[in-house]
Design a protein around this ligand. Structure first.
Ligand SMILES: *Cc1c(COP(=O)(O)O)cnc(C)c1O
Ligand SMILES: [Zn+2]
Length: 410
């Protein structure tokens, strides 16, 4: 058995049993998983974790399942790269890339949340899983759902990149392309979720799903040698990942796996969809919804469900938020590839470009330890780079033609 006590309203604190529900009946606040930390602190140690397989279930006591892990045995424990070349380019001493572009079967951090959501969907006895997606969640639910034997309904904005649509269709889900943006898709899905008895991973399974993001934070601490960084820069769509990275750091401290915690959490968004960072920069608590317009489509949520909670984490930790233009996103994608050999999707460009801005503004100190979360693979968003890279040297198949090229290369 697991260590879940139940669900708890984030606003009024009312408690609920472990069921596929997500809002408080009394105040409409979001529900969150509550754990028995006392028992967990007795059950978990660094040694015990280190002995386990290198996947995200090595932190299973802090994940909301009751039985054995059933999905995602191949996900998690992605590399934490020490990025010395990039550090030099940015003028900082110690910089790390948490590289979620690799290892995961569908090449983004969404395999973390989906592993937990689908394991929970099995525990609840659902035969169908569904999601509203900006792209990566569609891939992940389609793929993990196929392997786990679920019927799948996937809802996306029709405007998604062609390559992202193919990368969902290949797993043969029921893919529904909605004429509208993500926020329209999400609104429609809330209605559908009320009508059909499905496990909607980011609606009625959301309290469990969201906990999967903590594994990214647990890994950062373990891979830094059981230390929390001074700064962590996190890309925001709904804001959930950011709040859960911070929750994971606090949990490791609270159960005694680390002793000290003094991390500043920073939010990264695209200027074309920056409801969270705008609120932070204006110093207000109210998130004003926007109509997204950016190449960073996987972050294009104009009305972020966890936006308010993300701003609170940033305030609490002394972090900040910044947003960056599409041009800056592309430059950063190229910088990351050129310096560290990591090809990130547009969301990764957002995170790195934001980190660069925060360093230049002195918000991130050059002598501190900083981790940048790179959450998706560049092969997913190649369209964004069309016209922004060099072209090959075109030659005839003879040595003379090649030698002509060599004359031009310094
Ligand atoms: C979904 C996603 C995020 C973060 O999403 P949240 O809704 O804020 O948790 C970050 N990066 C990528 C690539 C994503 O697909
Ligand atoms: Zn409540």
């Amino acid at each position: 058995m697991g260590y879940i006590k139940g669900l708890k309203c984030r606003e009024c604190g009312r408690e609920y049993p472990v069921e596929p529900i997500y809002v408080c009946e009394f105040c409409f606040g979001p529900l969150e998983v509550a754990y028995d930390y006392n028992s967990i602190s007795k059950a978990v140690s660094r040694k015990k974790i280190e002995k386990r397989e290198k996947n995200l279930w090595r932190y299973r006591e802090l994940l909301p399942i009751d039985g054995e892990p059933q999905v995602g045995l191949d996900s998690g424990f992605t590399p934490l790269l020490r990025a010395d070349n990039l550090a030099k380019a940015l003028g900082v001493d110690e910089l790390y890339i948490k590289d979620d572009t690799v290892v995961h079967p569908t090449l983004s951090f969404k395999d973390r949340v989906v592993s937990i959501a689908l394991t929970k969907a099995k525990e609840f006895g659902f035969d169908t899983v569904a999601c509203a997606s900006t792209g990566n969640l569609a891939h992940s639910v389609s793929a993990h759902g196929a392997r786990a034997g679920f019927k799948r309904f996937i809802f996306i904005p029709a405007s998604l990149e062609a390559s992202k649509i193919i990368a969902s269709l290949v797993y043969e889900p029921n893919l529904v392309a909605v004429d509208g943006n993500y926020d329209d898709v999400n609104r429609l899905c809330s209605e559908i979720a009320n009508k059909y008895r499905w496990a909607f991973v980011n609606i009625n399974i959301r309290p469990f799903y969201a906990e999967g993001s903590k594994t990214l934070g647990f890994e950062i601490i373990e891979q830094l040698g059981w230390k929390a960084p001074d700064n962590v820069v996190v890309p925001c769509a709904s804001g959930s990942l950011l709040t859960k990275v911070w929750k994971s750091f606090k949990e490791f401290r609270d159960i005694g796996v680390i002793r000290e915690l003094d991390t500043k959490v920073f939010a990264a968004q695209a200027t074309g969809c920056s409801p969270i960072t705008t609120a932070i920069k204006q110093g207000v608590d109210v998130i004003r919804p926007v109509k997204p317009s950016t190449i960073a489509k996987s972050l294009a949520i104009g009305n972020p469900a966890d936006g308010y909670y993300a701003t609170q984490v940033i305030k609490e930790t002394g972090g900040y938020g910044e947003d960056v233009s599409d041009q800056e996103i592309i430059e950063a994608m190229k910088l990351l590839a050129r310096t560290e050999g990591v090809f990130a999707e547009t969301a990764g460009g957002v995170t790195l470009a934001t980190a660069k801005k925060l360093i230049e503004a002195g918000r991130i100190k050059r002598n501190e330890v900083t981790v940048i979360c790179i959450t998706g693979n560049g092969l997913k968003t190649q369209e964004a780079l069309h016209g922004h890279t060099a072209v090959p040297y075109y030659i005839k198949p003879n040595l003379a033609s090649f030698e002509e090229v060599m004359k031009t290369i310094k």
